[in-house]
Design a protein around this ligand. Structure first.
Ligand code: ADP
Ligand code: MG
Length: 678
């Protein structure tokens, strides 16, 4: 029996449970034992003077009133009881448990756990016990999905640890544990599931977070080392005369920052080291022009270049602007997305393989599957960080060793970028082209919609266009979110003299193209859309961006959306419709109105909400950690990064038995194939 056996060896795990566990990513005994709580229920009695609004608390008090129960419908009820806690009279609200009435007697003591509402002096009770109960116990809460309950999961983890706890292996050598005073792995894991005190959780977490970050950093740095050693990049002979001529042909002069960044990148391209570079530049800073220059440089040396973007709309826009810029220089540019099918597709693939096509623009798929290049020299990815170790491996396996440039408008504080993206080099365009008008941002409450509509009307009369962004496609009563379809109908009936387009994720890509085309040719004057227009889209005549329920978006996303306007010569406006309830929410709306600087926003939002919220969970492409938090555990991440970079250069790491498990992990994650190293 092994620690890495299928989870079905655990008592109580049948086929169905195994399936439910798989949904959580739990397949082996190890997965189960290393599935950690995301928080702990704390039943320690609290002093009523110390508790905060919205906090989950346990309080004890004396019952002062007969319980009163009101019923709603058949099954729903609310029972309220007045309780004296210390010298404060509070209300306990208990939902759907009308039977409690019979258990509560005036003058008796009761212990309640639930959520505290500071304004109403009310605790919404989730659990209660009669009498005074003071328990130090911390009870782990796991995230679950489907039918699986936390209680069941607790039981399964208990079983797993009972059967296999002794087999939990140590991954780190003793001297590392000593150096940082880290708990042994087994103790740490067991403590996370069954802590006696919260200080123990802290220590156990510290140990596991260090390990998690170290593995992550090792993965990146070992990969970097391997790919450098196994195949050094190609050094390209760039024809600088041609490149300069191309730069001169652009309809504008490059900004100082663009020039600097271009030269940083061209230096990498002409050196034998493989480039792995992150290019950050705020929305509108002119990353596309930089990309065009660099791709042209590579092509001038006889190689091919690929530009990857997250959506088809964006791919087509880029195709158009690149074709315009580059075809006069004899570069053949083409598009490859999943909608390019049949004969067309075959032809393009063939021409790529022979080198007849020099530049290709497309979505993710273009570096995978059946795509074969003649000589791929440079891959640029725009507006996404998802191009990770995996994709680089795909390329390597195909024998391609291109330089890689990631472009992003998501401003990541430099320190964070270095840690999160391993040893990637970072270039920053920290300057906008001259003459840009600052976008004016206003925050309006939803009940001021009339004024907003009038404002839009005025801009439409001037000949401008407007975007209106709604968060979700379909009505969801639960979330009470404006839906794009409704908003579209409302606006169309409000603006009878104008045409309103509708864009959302459920449209086919042809439909999306049509909607986009209509908007960019001013056939429609207003575009109601979900966030699919977020990245890259360029319609210079649009001067207004209205964002419904703006508090639901991360600051970075709002900033991206705002960047869709202000792209032409016209004064542009961003209007945030939001009624945020929390202070943080209000603060965030205020910051948006105060600054147009993406970096300031990113620092602020990290401060206010942490990285998950900032980057937006789905789109972030940031690595996902089980326990670690790249903002709060930033110091640990830094230490892990330094340690990893030192380790991959030491012989002991590659040879000593004490690092064997970690080496094995790196192997299994495809960072290298064992033979070439051992
Ligand atoms: P982003 O960095 O957001 O991708 P783009 O590359 O789309 O920005 O550029 C935004 C707009 O600015 C485009 O219309 C582009 O033609 C223009 N632009 C880029 N560089 C310059 C420059 N140096 N001077 C003037 N306009 C520029
Ligand atoms: Mg762009």
């Amino acid at each position: 029996m092994s620690y890495y056996d299928d989870v079905s060896v655990i008592r109580g795990v049948g086929e169905e449970t195994a399936q439910q566990l798989a949904v959580l990513g739990i397949r082996t005994v190890a997965d189960l034992i290393e599935y950690f709580p995301y928080r702990y229920e704390d039943y320690q009695l609290r002093d009523i003077h110390d508790i905060k609004h919205d906090e989950r608390v346990t309080l004890a008090g004396v019952i002062q009133s007969e319980p009163v129960t009101r019923f709603f419908g058949k099954k729903k009820s609310k029972t309220t009881i007045r309780i004296l806690v210390g010298n404060i009279l509070i209300t306990a609200a208990i939902f759907n448990r009308s039977y409690v009435k019979n258990q509560m007697k005036l003058g008796e003591t009761i212990t309640l756990t639930g959520k505290w509402d500071q304004h109403r002096l009310t605790v919404t009770v989730s659990e209660y016990k009669l009498g005074l109960q003071n328990s130090n116990e911390l009870s782990p809460v796991y995230s679950v999905a489907g039918k699986l309950t936390v209680k069941q999961l607790r039981k399964l983890i208990y079983e797993a640890i009972k059967q296999h706890g002794d087999a939990i292996p140590e991954w780190l050598p003793v001297d590392v544990l000593d150096k940082y005073k880290l708990m042994p792995r087994r103790d740490a894991i067991i403590t996370l599931h069954y802590p006696k005190e919260s200080v123990h959780v802290k220590q156990a977490r510290r140990r596991m977070v260090y390990e998690e970050f170290l593995l992550f950093q090792l993965k990146m740095q070992a990969f970097r080392k391997m790919s450098r050693e196994q195949a050094s990049g190609i050094s390209y002979d760039i024809d600088m005369n041609k490149v300069d001529a191309f730069i001169d042909s652009l309809p504008f002069e490059l900004t100082k920052a663009q020039k600097r960044v271009v030269s940083e990148i061209l230096q990498d391209i002409s050196s034998p080291l493989r480039m792995n570079r992150l290019l950050q530049g705020d929305v509108g800073s002119g990353k596309t022009a930089v990309a065009a220059v660099c791709m042209y440089a590579v092509i001038s040396s006889g190689a091919q270049a690929a530009l990857m973007v997250p959506t088809e709309i964006l791919a087509e826009q880029h195709l158009d602007s690149l074709t315009e810029l580059l075809e006069p220089f004899g570069v053949s540019v083409t598009l490859l997305t999943s909608s390019v099918k049949g004969k067309k597709r075959r032809e393009r693939l063939e021409k790529l393989a022979t080198g007849e096509i020099q530049m290709i623009v497309g979505t993710h798929a273009l570096i995978q599957e059946e795509v074969i290049f003649h000589k791929l020299g440079l891959v640029i990815t725009d507006e996404q960080h998802r191009f990770g170790v995996e994709q680089r491996r795909v390329l390597r396996d195909k024998g391609e060793h291109p330089d890689v440039l990631f472009m992003t408008a998501t401003p990541i504080p430099r320190t964070l970028a270095i840690s999160v993206f391993g040893d990637m080099d970072v270039s920053v365009i920290d300057e906008l082209p001259a003459g840009r008008k600052q976008i004016e941002t206003y925050w309006a409450k939803h009940n001021q919609l009339d004024r907003v509509l009038n404002f839009i009307q005025k801009e439409l009369q001037k000949g401008r266009q407007a975007y209106v962004i709604c968060p979700l496609i379909e009505e969801s009563e639960k979330l009470d979110v404006q839906n794009a379809i409704d908003v579209h109908a409302i606006l169309q009936s409000h603006y009878q003299n104008y045409k309103v387009g509708l864009m959302h994720g459920r449209l086919s890509s042809t439909e999306k193209d049509e909607v986009m085309e209509d908007f960019s040719t001013n056939t429609t004057q207003i575009l109601v859309s979900t966030t699919v227009v977020e990245v890259g889209v360029n319609v210079p005549n649009a001067s207004i961006m209205v964002i419904y329920d703006a508090e639901r978006f991360g600051l970075s996303q709002l900033h991206q959306l705002r960047g869709r306007v202000g792209r032409g010569e016209f004064q542009s406006y961003c209007i945030l419709l939001a009624d945020p309830k929390s202070e943080v929410g209000k603060e965030r709306m205020k910051i948006m109105t105060e600054t147009n600087d993406g970096f300031v926003l990113s620092e602020k939002d990290l401060e206010l909400r942490g990285p998950g919220d900032f980057f937006g969970q789905k789109q972030s492409g940031l690595p996902h950690f089980k326990l670690g938090d790249i903002v709060h555990d930033f110091r640990t991440l830094e230490v892990a990064r330094q340690d990893a970079s030192e380790l991959v250069r030491t012989k002991a790491f590659w040879e000593d038995g004490s690092w064997a498990l970690i080496r094995n992990y790196l192997k299994e994650n495809g960072v290298f194939d064992g033979e070439k190293l051992d």
